[in-house]
Design a protein. Structure first.
Length: 209
């Protein structure tokens, strides 16, 4: 069985083009892989814990080679529970719009909670960070209103969306990363036609997976 974690970052529900783009990919992937188990994480609806002072204390204790105690231990247990859901997946499908050049705050909050030492990464004083995740794959379903790879930057925005996500996944050990894009979604004379073209590319990618 292959486990896929489908992470939805948009709060727009049925109006979300990033979700729709990811669904186009997923529809074909499900046809190709009968053993695919899909876990949906909707960041606009599902509870994501705050990364508060106790969680910071727990992280610093782990970095110091100590076991967190008291409230920090409770906080670390909560972090571990959330992170283990991510770690258990074999594949990731992350659907996200571009907000102010980057990603929605709930997605950043989720990453801040799960991206922890001993869970997703380690740190060697001599060689630097290294990822703890092995043999994982990720697909990013990306949308943006004005930005596109073909648009001049910074006049139409700068891509801190895909670059941030890829850097984060790389640091965690995920190196097999593909992208599907519907950009721009607003500055186009044919939004419906352009989305259909993007969805077709998503389906083509899934057929090759």
């Amino acid at each position: 069985m292959t486990k896929l974690l489908f992470i939805k970052a948009s709060p727009r529900n049925a109006g979300s083009k990033s979700n729709a783009l990811a669904e186009a990919y997923l529809d074909v992937l499900k046809q190709r892989q009968s053993d695919l188990a899909i876990d949906v994480l909707d960041l606009a609806k599902d509870r994501i814990p705050e990364f508060d002072g106790n969680k910071v204390a727990a992280k610093m204790a782990i970095l110091a080679g100590e076991g967190p105690t008291g409230a920090a231990k409770t906080a670390w247990d909560e972090i571990t529970e959330v992170a283990n859901r991510f770690i258990a997946a074999d594949r990731y499908l992350i659907a996200t719009p571009m907000w102010n050049g980057g990603i929605p705050y709930r997605l950043k909050q989720y990453i801040d909670v799960i991206h922890q030492p001993g869970l997703l990464w380690g740190l060697d004083p001599k060689t630097g960070y290294f990822g703890l995740l092995k043999d994982k794959k990720a697909v990013l379903a990306l949308t943006a209103g004005a930005y596109a790879l073909t648009q001049p930057a910074p006049a139409f925005g700068i891509d801190h969306q895909s670059t941030y996500l890829k850097d984060w996944l790389n640091q965690a050990g995920v190196v097999d990363i593909k992208e599907i894009r519907f950009q721009p979604s607003l500055l186009t004379a044919d939004p419906e036609g352009d989305f259909k073209a993007a969805a077709a590319k998503a389906q083509e990618l899934a057929s090759q997976s």
